[in-house]
Ligand binder design. Structure first.
Ligand SMILES: Nc1nc2c(c(=O)[nH]1)N[C@H]1C(S)=C(S)[C@@H](COP(=O)(O)OP(=O)(O)OC[C@H]3O[C@@H](n4cnc5c(N)ncnc54)[C@H](O)[C@@H]3O)O[C@H]1N2
Ligand code: MOO
Length: 389
């Protein structure tokens, strides 16, 4: 086994090695969750025209004003406000040419076709370009599209957005001991990763194209990885990362001519995780997660999340910072990822933290990071890697 790379270096190495997938235009509703391939540029000024902020009257000159017309939201009215006249105006309507003030309804007195009021202290309309000038860059490429981004894109005139294709992931689960249904026992355990990883992967912005199981033979591993690679950008495997009698991942990678980007990481739990590139047309990626289920989740946040971000053209997922509500021990020369829940008192590490256990995972918000040769005392700040999504 190789000398393991540090946890921080592993994340960075995988992210740096990933070339973003091509961008293409998609209709706005389909862009949710994808990553901008080009800057978001507004097609018009925002607002695109002087826009009334209130229901009321557009006036010019001194009161009283004679009511000469009406302009509603959506009207392209050519009405002009001249001195001594008023036009009834709705919120969102274009402010007519000649308007000196817009006065809200409740500040006016109307008598037949005459309007009086004292002049407002503040302007009650939004001038053209108040929020943005036409052609202004509103967001850089690499930003993940949220409903907020979609709203902004629509407001500034876009029908489609240029976004990176979502990475396609094919999941291959190894382990003849795994059951697909019913209670565990007699040496067999339930497959906890096949049912759970697709949800995590979707939260990381990936499309899961297949979930398959491969038997514990070298031949079955090779076939499964080849078939998965043919239909995906990333093959994600679970189990078989060590060198036990039926751990076939490393021999499979050797047979396929794969090149390691990361081969074991100095992190506990989870150290036998790996990332490699597969040769051949449409060269793809393989991420090998350890079989112990909590270690697999650590492999997911350590290697799969940076890889998927890199393929999507997004930055390396940032670490959060938390204050610790309890002491968290280090793990010697390894980085320790400790399952934690975020509470108003700070990050509380969770029991059931063994790498084969899932009770902690089920209630965690993420992992507190304790770097090699350190411990993290109560009240200290620590880096934190959130669970996907
Ligand atoms: N001689 C050594 N043996 C092991 C070491 C070591 O340092 N020296 N490290 C241990 C660590 S740490 C881990 S993590 C595991 C990683 O092993 P593999 O990736 O080869 O995983 P498997 O052997 O296939 O499985 C390990 C464990 O996890 C269970 N498992 C596997 N897949 C699933 C699944 N989909 N759902 C639920 N549980 C799963 C499997 O039954 C085993 O119990 O190696 C240790 N050994
Ligand atoms: O490092 Mo293993 O992944 O402790 O479970």
């Amino acid at each position: 086994m190789k000398h393991p790379i540090s946890w921080d270096d592993a994340r960075a190495a995988v992210h740096t090695a990933a070339t973003p997938l091509p961008g293409r235009p998609v209709p706005l509703p389909e862009a949710d969750g994808a990553v901008l391939a080009t800057p978001l540029v507004t097609l018009t000024a925002l607002p695109a025209f002087d826009t009334s902020s209130v229901d009321g009257y557009a006036v010019a000159g001194p009161a009283p004003w004679r009511l000469v017309g009406q302009v509603l939201a959506g009207d392209a009215s050519e009405i002009t406000v001249t001195s001594g006249t008023a036009v009834e105006i709705a919120t969102g309507a274009m402010v007519p040419v000649g308007t000196e003030h817009v006065i809200r309804l409740e500040s006016t007195e109307v008598d037949g076709s005459w309007v009086t009021a004292s002049l407002p202290e503040k302007q009650e309309w939004r001038p053209t370009g108040e929020e943005a000038a036409a052609g202004e860059i509103l967001l850089p490429p690499g930003v993940r599209v949220t409903p907020g981004v979609l709203a902004l894109a629509a407001a500034c005139g876009h029908d489609v957005l240029a976004v990176r294709r979502r990475p396609r992931v094919a999941l291959v689960v190894f382990g003849d001991e795994l059951l697909d249904s019913g209670p565990p026992g007699a040496g067999r355990v339930r497959d906890a990763l096949g049912p759970s990883l697709p949800g995590w992967l979707r939260r990381l912005g990936a499309d899961v194209v297949s979930v398959t199981r491969a038997a514990d033979t070298l031949e079955a591993h090779e076939t499964a990885v080849r078939e998965a690679a043919a239909q995906s950008d990333v093959v994600l495997t679970t189990g078989g990362t060590m060198h036990g009698p039926v751990d076939h991942l490393h021999p499979t990678l050797a047979t396929l001519g794969a090149s390691y980007v990361v081969d074991t990481v100095a992190v506990r739990p989870g150290f036998p995780m790996l990332t490699a590139t597969l040769p051949g047309p449409g060269a793809g990626w393989l991420v090998g997660l350890p079989g112990n289920p909590q270690s697999a989740v650590i492999g997911l946040v350590t290697l799969a999340a940076p890889l998927l971000a890199g393929l999507a053209g997004a930055p390396l997922p940032p670490l959060a910072s938390v204050v610790l509500a309890n002491d968290v021990p280090g793990r010697g020369t390894f980085t320790h990822l400790a399952l934690a829940r975020l509470t108003p008192d700070g990050a509380v590490t969770l029991p059931h933290a063994g790498s084969a256990m899932l009770r902690g995972v089920a209630g965690a918000d993420g992992f507190v990071i304790v770097r090699p040769d350190t411990t993290a005392p109560t009240g200290a700040k620590a880096d934190f890697v959130p669970m996907p999504g």
